[in-house]
Design a protein around this ligand. Structure first.
Ligand SMILES: Cc1ncc(COP(=O)(O)O)c(C=O)c1O
Length: 388
């Protein structure tokens, strides 16, 4: 193993770099989760977490990864044999579909080419055709982490409303929360699924469900088997600052500090920073003469960029060279994009120079791997960073 000096560049699209302030907060001694100090922490978080989701309603916090929060969204709202509408936007949408099927739901899966988001016109068409209102929920991944494509949730909401269809809207905001504008209440989302290790700048280990009144009302009668994920006992215990199980106390300390950081910067500024860094990254990719995987400029992701290489190059070889030579991790191509793309994460605790360093490492790695790139790509990104 080569010894590296300086800090590792963790530029995958999550887990992201954990700020020192958050690491220090997590390092506090664990306390009694049934004592008054814990109750104070939990009651504070119960309110403070809401603005990140754009909601005034309840948010359940699980000691889980995002996958657990996906399951919680389904089992609290749906019953065996229910039909759900989902869209093949990429790897994570496909995994969520697989989970829904394993849980006993019937999934209408709209095929996709992994280069664009959910087409609201297709949502409208499918729901209009569903005269008997058999579709119980529409499942959407807001930001597809495997492709760097962000679906437009307000347009999907409008399509559901235009069809006058009662289907629930379930949205995965795992790699957009705290990085890309998101509004659970304004956009009429019924369950928002989130997790800790991306825009919230925490280690993995917390999963979230933001819940609408409509979804909450369904929980007692939804018949998919649930126990650990059941919202009701958790929300009841949360009222008094407690949990029906041992919570992830130290991650909750981290969450309090991460929310503080987001409050200090201001969510609008956080979103603008991500969008600027994404624009600089795309300028580099285009300047190198390479292709951004996302084909629709209205769907560019602010939290990551997937870069498509020609068939003659192996994207994982490029990543390997960058890791060995420059101590930087980039995201691999997932599922059917394996070997064809690499993903640059530009979300979470990031500044202009971290991004400039990241793009320098990518450019040098591409050159070392024999990919024919124009070195002016980096300059194009620096011009974007310098401009504003
Ligand atoms: C969009 C999206 N959904 C779901 C998941 C699954 O989350 P986890 O790996 O935390 O279980 C991920 C993980 O990266 C993701 O990016």
């Amino acid at each position: 193993m080569t010894a590296h000096s300086g800090r590792h560049f963790l530029q995958i699209p999550g887990p992201t770099n954990v700020p020192d302030r958050v690491l220090r907060a997590i390092a506090q001694p664990t306390i009694d989760h049934r004592g008054p100090d814990f109750a104070e922490l939990a009651l504070d978080l119960r309110e403070r977490v809401k603005p990140v989701f754009g909601t005034g309603g309840p948010v359940v916090i699980y000691p889980s990864s995002g996958t657990g929060a996906w399951e919680a969204a389904l089992v609290n709202t749906l019953s065996p044999g229910d039909r759900v509408l989902a869209f093949e936007t990429g790897h994570f949408a496909s995994l969520w579909r697989d989970m829904a099927q394993r849980l006993g739901l019937v999934v209408d899966f709209v095929p996709g080419d992994w280069r664009r988001g959910v087409d609201a016109a297709v949502v409208a068409e499918r729901l209009a055709a569903d005269k008997g209102h058999g579709i119980a929920a529409v499942m959407v991944v807001h930001n597809e982490t495997s492709t760097g494509v962000t679906s437009r949730i307000p347009e999907i909401r409008a399509a559901i409303d235009e069809a006058d269809h009662p289907a629930l809207l379930l949205v995965d905001t795992i790699s957009s929360l705290g990085s890309i504008d998101y509004r659970h209440d304004d956009w009429g989302v019924d369950v928002t699924v989130g997790c800790s290790q991306k825009g919230l700048m925490l280690p993995p280990g917390l999963g979230f469900n933001a819940i609408s009144d409509k979804a909450l009302a369904l929980a007692p009668t939804a018949r998919l088997a649930k126990s650990y994920w059941d919202w009701t006992p958790i929300l009841d215990a949360n009222e008094h600052g407690f949990y029906p199980y041992t919570p992830a106390t130290n991650l909750l300390y981290g969450l309090r500090e991460a929310l503080q950081l987001l409050e200090e910067e201001g969510l609008r500024n956080v979103f603008a920073r991500h969008s600027r860094h994404a624009a600089a990254t795309r300028a580099a990719v285009r300047g190198w003469g390479l292709e951004v995987l996302c084909v629709n400029e209205r769907e560019y992701s602010s939290s990551l960029t997937a870069v498509l290489l020609g068939a003659e190059h192996d994207a994982d070889k490029v990543r390997r060279i960058i890791l060995d030579r420059f101590d930087m991790s980039l995201g691999t191509g997932l599922g059917k994009l394996s070997g064809r793309v690499f993903r640059i994460g530009h979300l979470g605790d990031l500044n202009d120079l971290t991004l400039a360093g990241t793009l320098s490492g990518v450019q040098m790695g591409l050159e070392l791997a024999g990919v024919n790139v124009d070195p002016n790509g980096l300059q194009a990104a620096l011009s974007v960073l310098r401009a504003e």
